[in-house]
Design a protein around this ligand. Structure first.
Ligand code: FES
Length: 118
């Protein structure tokens, strides 16, 4: 059996351009839910709506690549559905394995539109 090293996987990550990308309306992401955002580049972000605030992180769990948008929310923590690793949506820190983290992205709400700074 071939060994698996998650750090050797080339997960697609958004290029950091500073561009504000409009991804949808606030009503598109219900309170307490996550949504997958696919950028033009094909890279994916996970967008979450928590108590009126929105958070965006890379959508790929650094453990084995699960989509974090499908994870379970508890406050501003998302728990990966595959093996339970937990991430702080404000900082991207992994609360399960301190050496792993996900990137965070600023979310701006303008006139009901959700915009993510990539
Ligand atoms: S893929 Fe294993 S915890 Fe996310």
């Amino acid at each position: 059996m071939q060994s698996f090293d998650p750090h050797q996987i080339n997960f697609p990550r958004p290029a950091r351009t500073g561009e504000l990308v409009t991804v949808g309306r606030v009503e598109d992401v219900p309170e307490g839910r996550g949504a997958t955002v696919e950028l033009k580049s094909g890279a994916q972000l996970a967008l979450f709506h928590v108590a009126g605030s929105f958070y965006a992180v890379g959508n790929t769990c650094p453990h084995r690549g699960a989509p974090l948008a499908d994870g379970s929310l508890c406050g501003t923590t998302v728990e990966c559905d595959w093996h339970g690793w937990r991430f702080d949506l404000k900082t991207g820190a992994c609360l399960t394995h301190a050496s792993d983290a996900v990137e965070t992205y600023e979310v701006v709400i303008e006139d009901g539109w959700i915009k993510i700074k990539v």
